[in-house]
Design a protein around this ligand. Sequence first.
Ligand SMILES: C[S@@+](CC[C@H](N)C(=O)[O-])C[C@H]1O[C@@H](n2cnc3c(N)ncnc32)[C@H](O)[C@@H]1O
Length: 249
Amino acid sequence: MNNRRPSEETREIRSMFGSIARRYDIMNSLMTFGRDHAWRRYVIDMALLPTGGRLLDVGTGTGKIALDAVAKIPDVAVVAADFSSKMMRVGKEQTGGRSIRWCCADALRLPFPDSHFHAVTSGYLVRNVTDIKKAFEEQMRVVVPGGRVVCLDTSPAPPNILRPFALFYLRCVIPLLGWMITKEKAAYRYLPASTEAFKTPEELAGIMEEVGFHEVVIQRFMFGNIGVVTGRRPPVKLNSEQIQSKHLP
Ligand SMILES: C[S@@+](CC[C@H](N)C(=O)[O-])C[C@H]1O[C@@H](n2cnc3c(N)ncnc32)[C@H](O)[C@@H]1O
């Protein structure tokens, strides 16, 4: 997606999330057996935000990560960005929603200056973008040198003893549950299909390293079906002149 007009695929994804916005949170809690809350907490912990720091949550949807960050970190300034205003509208109405700056933006062209945020988080965004590398490049650009980028997403079912159950759950249970709760068939067929076709956490970590992130680490949840990949933008290296001037009185 390099031209300025959103592609057909981008428009479809935006409209799909718009159509499930009101039921998104309840579906998420049901599908994850309520574990989504703990994973978001882990994402926020991994961001290592300083008190009073600036956080960008990109692909924020209904702002669950952003809202949890506001509740957890004293004086944090949170910007929540998404290209679906319908998803964000649900988040704005939640407790704490008014202390977040909501911003309609494309994850592949973030409207923020370089090195602006102390950390960038995303939950289930990267599986939906048309260019994963570009999404990480943008996150790297807007985070401060030394800052963390934390990415939570689903993973294709790992090749272990639980794989048949995971596939049954993805292919049969989720579409049925999705239809019962949201009455939208397409979105909860798209979720399993996009998950099965998605990168493993190791592959995502590889892309992050290619983009230039350091200290890339992976944490898996739900028997390996959920992954959190964290990377750090390299801190700026000072040359000897800069080091000397830093130590001058
Ligand atoms: C599955 S929802 C995740 C919402 C939330 N982050 C969470 O943890 O529950 C994915 C969100 O990413 C947004 N999204 C997908 N592609 C995007 C893009 N290129 N730019 C901005 N937002 C995007 C969708 O509109 C949707 O709200």
